[in-house]
Design a protein around this ligand. Structure first.
Ligand code: FAD
Length: 407
């Protein structure tokens, strides 16, 4: 197991206690991450989506990490899931994106908001990896302000017909099911969440978005719904309460992204240590030059600081999970997940930048292991809430709701 990750596991175990099953989960994560390293790098160099990710996670029984054991998942609490994603993050944000969207945004939304019938129908298949989720909130004209989304639905017979476009959707062309957020046709109020079967007539992938500046190994697509039928049994949560589903999924998702960013910082530190202690300039290993040590110190301090933000957010989320009606626990979990995501994504990107600097000219080559993190981790400051939206959210949690800047 990677030393840096093992030290996280040991420390969390010492302070909070990890069960035997959680330790087995983390060993499985370790094996899956090791297995994904080669294909991730090859596909990144080819600038292609990596079709191996889901298969490897499936083989190691890692597609249902947070899903309750009664539905066939591993029943991991948020803290264990954070450690699992921390390890997977060492392989890069491409793997994290698939895992986070499928598990934190998709499966957990069904587990938290679904009817018993929906949980029985979707969760065992999601845990096996036979169902792969995507999350369709963003549209060409609605990003940071999901309340302005335009995808609409109209009632028809025993269900609804959905029409609109969803933009920048991770897993968009590989998912079997997508949580789609839409509002009633001709009515500006009341967004509803729908579980859409992507094989339904009227659902189509318009384009795989391959001209990204990074995150090549993750599938990102533009999809359309052209009167796609959704039976009424596939409304997720209450009609008109879709934004609550969307925001609670993002609370989970942000902890997932922040966890992945820890893995990015760990890999940067590992790579920097290896490179700077072997590369010789001016007659000594560059690690002996004090200005290089400054970069090492930054990455190490960022990692240590962010670890506790992420674990604290995860622990608060677990506490909230035990008392789901507690509104103040919910807003505390929401605030901490925003802080963890905001800081970890910024620190991961800056760590990758400093790692590129330590590698010098080779760092600027796509063939260097740290360049991948530099290109990929940038997205973590954009998706699931941009830096600015996180800042506004965090500030209003301090100043009070009446100061919410984006109302
Ligand atoms: C690779 C990738 C994968 C993604 N995957 C998914 C996915 O699976 N599902 C999904 O639904 N979405 C996904 N997204 C979309 C992502 O969540 C949005 O890009 C993000 O929320 C920002 O929205 P936007 O791009 O429309 O930017 P805009 O909302 O247009 O924002 C542009 C800029 O303005 C700032 N801004 C906006 N409003 C304010 C304000 N009130 N105050 C201050 N600044 C403001 C933003 O912070 C940003 O800097 C993905 C994006 C990328 C790049």
């Amino acid at each position: 197991m990677e030393t840096l990750f093992q030290s996280s596991v040991d420390e969390v175990d010492r302070l909070v206690g990890l069960g035997e099953e959680e330790k087995v989960l983390l060993q499985d994560a370790d094996a899956a991450a090791a297995e994904l390293l080669v294909s991730e790098f090859e596909k990144y160099v080819e600038r292609k989506y990596n079709p191996e990710i889901a298969g490897v996670l499936r083989r190691h029984n890692l597609m249902g990490v947070p899903i309750a054991t009664k539905y066939g998942g591993r029943g991991a609490r948020q803290l264990a899931e954070a450690l699992f994603l921390e390890r997977m993050g060492q392989t890069g944000m491409g793997v994290i994106t698939l895992a986070d969207v499928h598990m934190c945004l998709g499966s957990l939304a069904v587990q938290d908001w679904g009817s018993e019938e929906q949980k029985d129908r979707y969760l065992p298949a999601a845990a096996k990896g036979d169902v792969l989720f995507a999350y369709g909130l963003t549209e060409p004209e609605a990003g940071s302000d999901p309340g302005s989304l335009k995808t609409s639905y109209a009632r028809e017979g025993a269900g609804f017909r959905l029409t609109g476009s969803k933009y920048l959707i991770s897993n968009g062309s590989i998912a079997t099911n997508m949580i789609v957020f839409a509002r009633p046709q001709g009515d500006s109020k009341g967004v509803t969440a729908f579980l859409v079967d992507t094989k339904r007539e009227g659902f189509s992938v318009d384009m795989r978005l391959e001209e990204k500046i990074g995150l090549f190994t993750s599938d990102t697509s533009l999809v359309s719904l052209d009167g796609a039928f959704v039976p009424k049994e596939d409304v997720l949560g209450e009609e008109g309460k879709g934004l609550s589903v969307a925001y609670s999924a993002l609370l989970n998702g942000r902890i997932g992204i922040a966890s992945g960013c820890l893995g990015v910082m760990e890999d940067c530190l590992n790579q920097v240590r290896e490179r700077t202690t072997s590369r010789v300039q001016h007659g000594k290993e560059i690690a002996r030059h004090q200005l290089i040590q400054k970069h090492v110190a930054f990455i190490e301090s960022s990692l240590e600081a962010c670890r506790w933000l992420v674990y604290r957010a995860a622990l608060k989320k677990d506490e909230f999970g035990g008392s789901p009606r507690d509104v103040s626990l919910r807003s505390e979990a929401d605030r901490l997940s925003a802080v963890a995501k905001y800081m970890s994504s910024r620190c991961a990107f800056e760590s990758a930048d400093r790692a590129v600097q330590c590698f010098g000219g080779f760092g600027y080559s796509i063939m260097s292991p740290v360049a991948k993190h530099f290109l990929d981790s940038r997205v973590a400051r954009i998706y699931e809430g941009t830096d600015e939206i996180m800042e506004l959210k965090i500030a209003s949690s301090v100043l009070g709701k009446q100061f919410e800047a984006y109302r």
